[in-house]
Design a protein. Structure first.
Length: 115
């Protein structure tokens, strides 16, 4: 299941240094920057819930840009939805816009393979 993430929870889970984002759990993970009013974000929600059940070893977190302004600023979010695919090594890739289920699954498989 996709979980909401606050600034405080983010700080307890992640350390951001330069181009590396370390997850304290040493797991691959996904951050989705979203807003309640965002149509494309709403379209992604059921797809991400489905993929979170298919890949329960990869936590997926939602960050509301209106409620978590500090995180939005830290990641320089200018468009939503914006997703970060974070490897356990701390390397990450960013994708902006509403992705299809196939595109999301491809990104998840790439993340799991360590690419």
């Amino acid at each position: 299941m996709v979980k909401n993430l606050t600034s405080g929870e983010f700080k307890s889970l992640y350390t951001k240094k330069d181009d590396v984002l370390i997850n304290s759990d040493k797991k691959d993970s996904i951050l989705k920057f979203t807003a309640k009013w965002c149509g494309p974000c709403k379209m992604l929600a059921p797809i991400l819930n489905k993929l979170s059940e298919k890949y329960p070893d990869i936590p997926i977190y939602e960050i509301d840009v209106d409620e978590e302004y500090e995180l939005s600023e830290m990641f320089n979010i200018r468009s939503i939805p914006t997703m970060y695919f974070i490897s356990r090594s701390g390397k990450y890739s960013q994708q902006v816009g509403a992705l299809t289920e196939g595109q999301l699954e491809k990104s998840i498989l790439k993340l799991k393979s360590g690419e």
